[in-house]
Design a protein around this ligand. Structure first.
Ligand SMILES: Cc1cc2nc3c(=O)[nH]c(=O)nc-3n(C[C@H](O)[C@H](O)[C@H](O)COP(=O)(O)OP(=O)(O)OC[C@H]3O[C@@H](n4cnc5c(N)ncnc54)[C@H](O)[C@@H]3O)c2cc1C
Length: 455
C-alpha cells in the first residue's frame, strides 16, 4: 500500500496525507465529531485529473473510496477506516455568467462561497440553511432550503455536471448528454460518480426579509396549526419553517428566557418588504413572540445566521421523515417531543416543500418524494460525547412518535448511518430506476459510502 500510495502521490498535483503526516489528524476528521475513522490516506485533490487518479487508484487497489465535499454528512460518509478519501475541498472555484444567469462551481465548494459570488451579481442558487455545508452532498441528495418554494430544490436548478465515473472517465452530463446519469445525480445521493463541477441556474434575489420569531411552548399547537394552513397557499416568496429550539444566549433574547425551550418560526421573504411585513405579521397575530430578530438582510446573512450554533466537531444523530399531511395528531406528537429538546444546538425543523418543488414531475429527477408537503428533520447535535445516550434517545423517541403520521421514507441527506435499511423508502418512487442507473454506471459499487443503492 505504501509503495502504491507513493505512486499516487506522484500522479496528483494535490497532496496525499497519510497517517504518519503531521496534518493527518486534521485531514481525517469530518464535521460530525462522533465519527472517528482512520482512512488509509486523504487525497487533497487539486484538479479533475487528481480525482481521476484517486478513483482509479481506489478501483485498482480494491480500497474503499470515500468522496468528501463539504464533509457535513451526518453518517460521516466523507471518511472511513482504511479508505482512500477523495477530498474535494480544493475544488472551490466559482464563476457566474450574468447574461445566462448560470453559476459553475467546483465539486468541493461550500454554500458560503457560492452564495457570496452569486450575490455579487444579484443572483442566488437555491441552497440550504447553513453556509458551511457543501454544495456537493446537498445538491446530489436534493437540496432543501429557503428558496425551495420559490425556485425548487437545489437539484432542480442543476443544469449540467462534470462527473468522474467508476472507470475513471470524465463525462459532461446534462439533459442531452448521458441523460440517465444526469437524472440520477438529481436526488440519487452521490451513488454514481464524483461531481467535479456543478452548473446551476441562478435567480435574481435581492435582500430578503427574514429571521427567527420565538413563541411560548404553550402557543406551539396554534403556531403549527397556523403554519399548516398558511403554507398551503402562501406566496412563493415565502420560504421559512417552524421548529423547536432552546433560546440561545443572543442579545435579542430576554436574559430570563435564555435556555428555555420554545417554538420558533424562521422566515425568509424574497418579495417586496412591505408585503413581507404584512405576511409575517400573520404569525404575530397567532401568538405574542417571546423574542424575534426579523429584518432586511442579504440572503447570505440569513444563510449563515445559525452557523455559530453549529461549529464543526459537535456530536450528530439525526432522523428524517417526509409528510404529506400535517395532522392534528402529528402536531400533538411534535409539541410533546419538541418541548423536550435537550440541548441548545439540537432542533427539529419542518421544511415546507410545496410550491415550485411540486412543479417538477415526480419522475423528472431522482428525488423521490414530490408528493410530500414537508420534510422533517430531528437533528440531535450536542458537544459532549458523555451525553450521547440521552441525546440519541431524544431523537429516536421523537421519530417514533411522528413516524405513524409520516411517509415511510425520509430525506436521504437528513438520514443517519443506521437508516440504510430504509434506503428504498428514502429514495421513494424512483428507487427502481435508480437501481438501473447504478447498475449501468457503477456495477461494482465503488461509490458505496453514501445512502447506498446496492447494485
Ligand atoms: C449543519 C447542517 C445543516 C444542513 N442543512 C441542510 C439544509 O438546509 N438543506 C439540505 O438539503 N440539507 C442540509 N443538510 C444535509 C446536507 O445536505 C448533507 O449532510 C449533505 O450530504 C452534505 O453535503 P457535504 O458535501 O457537505 O457532505 P459530505 O460529507 O462531503 O458528503 C455527503 C455525501 O455526498 C457525497 N458527495 C459530496 N460531494 C460530492 C461530489 N462532489 N461528488 C460526488 N459525491 C459527493 C459524499 O460521498 C457523501 O456520500 C445539513 C447538514 C448539516 C450537518
Amino acid at each position: 500500500m505504501t509503495v502504491a500510495l507513493d505512486t499516487l502521490a506522484h500522479r496528483v498535483s494535490g497532496t496525499v496525507v497519510r497517517p504518519e503526516d503531521a496534518d493527518y489528524e486534521d485531514a481525517r476528521h469530518v464535521y460530525n465529531g462522533m465519527i472517528d475513522a482512520h482512512p488509509a490516506a486523504v487525497v487533497r485533490c487539486a484538479s479533475t485529473d487528481d480525482v481521476v487518479a484517486t478513483v482509479r487508484y481506489a478501483a485498482e487497489s480494491g480500497s474503499p473510496l470515500a468522496v468528501r465535499g463539504g464533509g457535513h454528512s451526518v453518517p460521516g460518509f466523507g471518511t472511513a477506516d482504511g479508505a482512500i478519501v477523495a477530498d474535494l475541498s480544493g475544488l472551490q472555484s466559482v464563476e457566474v455568467e450574468d447574461g445566462a444567469r448560470t453559476a459553475r462551481a467546483g465539486g468541493g465548494t461550500t454554500w458560503h462561497r457560492l452564495n457570496d459570488v452569486t450575490a455579487a451579481h444579484g443572483l442566488a442558487v437555491p441552497g440550504g440553511i447553513i453556509s458551511s455545508t457543501g454544495i456537493g452532498g446537498l445538491t446530489l441528495g436534493g437540496g432543501i432550503g429557503y428558496l425551495s418554494r420559490g425556485y425548487g430544490l437545489t437539484c432542480d436548478n442543476l443544469i449540467a455536471a462534470e462527473v468522474v465515473t467508476a472507470d475513471g472517465s470524465v463525462l459532461t452530463v446534462d439533459e442531452q448528454e448521458h441523460p440517465d446519469l444526469f437524472w440520477g445525480l438529481r436526488g440519487g445521493g452521490g451513488n454514481f460518480g464524483v461531481v467535479t463541477r456543478f452548473t446551476y441556474r441562478c435567480h435574481p434575489v435581492a435582500d430578503v426579509l427574514g429571521g427567527p420569531m420565538f413563541f411560548e411552548l404553550a402557543d406551539a399547537p396554534a403556531v403549527l396549526a397556523y403554519f399548516r394552513e398558511f403554507i398551503a397557499t402562501a406566496p412563493r416568496e415565502y420560504g421559512g419553517f417552524p421548529g423547536f429550539q432552546i433560546a440561545p444566549p443572543l442579545p435579542f433574547v430576554p436574559e430570563d428566557r435564555v435556555g428555555d425551550p420554545l417554538i420558533m418560526v424562521v422566515s425568509c421573504w424574497t418579495g417586496s418588504v412591505a408585503e413581507g411585513e404584512r405576511v409575517l405579521e400573520g404569525f404575530r397575530q397567532v401568538a405574542r413572540p417571546v423574542a424575534e430578530h426579523v429584518g432586511v438582510m442579504p440572503l447570505q446573512a440569513l444563510n449563515s445566521a445559525f452557523d455559530a450554533l453549529l461549529p464543526p466537531g459537535l456530536q450528530h444523530y439525526w432522523k428524517a421523515a417526509f409528510v404529506e399531511e400535517l395532522t392534528d395528531e402529528a402536531i400533538a406528537a411534535h409539541v410533546e417531543h419538541g418541548a423536550r429538546v435537550p440541548c441548545v444546538n439540537s432542533t427539529m425543523h419542518l421544511y415546507p416543500i410545496n410550491g415550485a418543488v411540486h412543479d417538477v414531475a415526480p419522475g423528472a429527477t431522482a428525488f423521490g418524494h414530490r408528493e410530500a408537503n414537508f420534510a422533517t428533520v430531528i437533528a440531535g447535535m450536542w458537544p459532549d460525547p458523555a451525553d450521547n445516550e440521552a441525546n440519541t434517545r431524544w431523537v429516536k423517541d421523537y421519530y417514533a412518535a411522528i413516524a405513524p403520521h409520516s411517509q415511510p421514507g425520509g430525506y436521504v441527506n437528513f438520514a443517519s448511518a443506521d437508516d440504510q435499511s430504509r434506503v428504498a423508502d428514502n429514495y421513494g418512487s424512483n428507487y427502481s430506476r435508480l437501481l438501473e442507473v447504478k447498475r449501468h454506471y457503477d456495477p461494482g459499487n465503488l461509490f458505496r459510502l453514501n445512502q447506498n443503492i446496492a447494485p
